[in-house]
Design a protein around this ligand. Structure first.
Ligand code: UDP
Ligand code: MG
Length: 200
């Protein structure tokens, strides 16, 4: 582990103008908890609202907040993949812009990383969504597990932190149409799931 470690946070954003001020506030507050230099890489995935404009302003105000801008909407997974290519950190986190994955959870993830785990992913403990949506999620993850030749952890989303070694490995994969959490599982390394409550 290098002497000064840096954390990169990758956050895809599609029409998130309403969430961005809050996101900035919560990340800045939470950054006191993870106690290391950090950069936030927001990926504007072809938003049609003020997202890109706000990302420019945010960067001017606070240089730790950087952004990538897509020429159109390419989708969540492509946005994450682009973020992984640009992240410079020794450890890299993936979060949603709508704060459903609370940045305040990251210190627990980072503790596991310091213990030597290389992929630490969030496992959704409780869903506050409607029964029908919960049932669809339940079925989706189990159907996916049943159809896949590799083991993909149940009820795990993209919310995670990964060591630089794993990020470099993911960046070298030739896949263009990516399912990031599938590849993340496929590359191996020391992985562990941490239960957390996903906010609605
Ligand atoms: N997102 C994106 N491109 C899209 C759709 C979504 O970059 O085409 C981003 C979105 O801004 C959010 C994350 O991906 O940060 C998850 O999206 P959403 O909250 O809509 O998904 P869900 O909560 O249903 O998983
Ligand atoms: Mg969401």
């Amino acid at each position: 582990v290098p002497l000064v470690t840096m954390l990169s946070l990758i956050i895809p954003a599609f029409n998130e103008e309403e969430n961005l001020p809050k996101l900035h506030e919560r990340l800045t507050a939470a950054s006191d908890l993870w106690k290391m230099p950090f950069e936030v890489i927001l990926i504007d995935d072809g938003s049609t609202d003020k997202t890109l404009h706000m990302l420019r302003e945010l960067h001017q105000k606070d240089q730790r907040f950087k952004y990538l801008s897509f020429s159109r909407n390419f989708g969540h997974q492509t946005a994450i993949s682009a973020g992984l290519c640009y992240a410079a950190g020794d450890v890299v986190a993936i979060l949603d812009a709508d704060l459903q994955d609370p940045p305040e959870e990251l210190p627990r993830f980072l503790d596991k990383w310091r213990e030597g785990y290389q992929v630490i992913y969030g496992v959704r403990r409780k869903r506050k969504e409607h029964l029908l949506k919960r049932m669809s999620y339940f079925l989706f993850y189990r159907l996916m597990a049943w159809m896949s030749s590799i083991e993909i952890p149940l009820d795990a989303g993209d919310f995670c932190i990964m060591d630089r070694v794993v990020v470099d490995h993911l960046n070298q994969l030739p896949e263009r149409n990516r399912f990031v959490r599938g590849l993340r599982s496929w590359v191996g390394y020391r992985q562990i799931g941490i239960p957390y409550e996903r906010h609605s």
